[in-house]
Design a protein around this ligand. Structure first.
Ligand SMILES: C[S@@+](CC[C@H](N)C(=O)[O-])C[C@H]1O[C@@H](n2cnc3c(N)ncnc32)[C@H](O)[C@@H]1O
Length: 205
């Protein structure tokens, strides 16, 4: 095969991979919107937003009257989220610098909260859960999407014991979330590929 053909093939594979990822993200985003009951005008937090892909999906759903609070502990990612928001032409995403013990979210800011692939990175889950509870309005829902630890992998850096590798055992996650003052509404393994979903509620109390 010539060099040009190889290059064309590699470009095609990359393009198909990218299209597949975008499609998968859109499907997962629809399901997250559904489980959280998101509607135009609502406020939602995307905790540990990474590059902001999911914040953008959520911001489109809550619309100009709604708001997404996108938090990140990594300074570099804050710029990524701002860029993703500008590229998408959105002005309803507020970017917030998180700390290990404090999400940085304002009290009772949110009707709903999403943590996708973040919980297993939390180094101070108890303090973070207290901060999440304070940020969530009474009766509000929190969706945690994560995965069981990979076989021989090492846990994420500085996390508490019991993680058994890179990931978070779903049972342990539910215990911690309950201990943080939430009710478990739904727990579903195999929710999407290797991902499980734990849906929790801040009680009305
Ligand atoms: C695997 S990425 C997931 C990003 C995004 N949620 C997604 O699904 O594409 C995990 C992100 O969580 C962030 N993170 C880790 N601990 C955090 C914390 N305590 N508060 C906020 N972000 C945190 C990391 O910086 C990283 O960007």
């Amino acid at each position: 095969m010539t060099r040009w053909r190889l290059l064309a093939l590699a470009t095609l594979v990359l393009a198909l991979g990218f299209v597949g990822y975008v499609r998968l993200r859109a499907v997962q985003a629809d399901r997250i919107v559904e489980v959280l009951g998101l509607q135009p005008g609502m406020s939602v937090a995307d905790v540990g937003a990474g590059r902001g892909d999911w914040s953008v999906e959520l911001a489109r759903v809550v619309g100009p009257e709604g708001r997404v609070f996108a938090t990140e502990i990594d300074e570099g990612r804050l710029d990524d989220i701002e860029r993703a928001s500008r590229r998408a032409g959105l002005d309803n995403i507020r970017v917030i610098k998180a700390e290990t013990r404090d999400t940085g979210l304002p009290e009772a800011c949110c009707d709903a909260i999403l943590l996708r692939h973040v919980y297993h990175h939390l180094t101070e889950p108890d303090a973070t859960l207290a901060s999440l509870r304070a940020a969530l309005r009474r009766g509000g829902l929190m969706a945690i999407v994560d995965f069981e630890p990979w076989g021989w992998s090492a846990s994420a850096a500085d996390v508490p014991p019991g993680r058994r590798g890179h990931g978070m055992p779903m049972e342990l996650l539910q215990d911690e979330v309950r201990g943080g003052g939430f009710e478990i509404v739904r727990a579903e393994s195999g929710w999407s590929g290797r991902d499980y979903l734990v849906l929790a509620r801040r009680p009305q109390d």
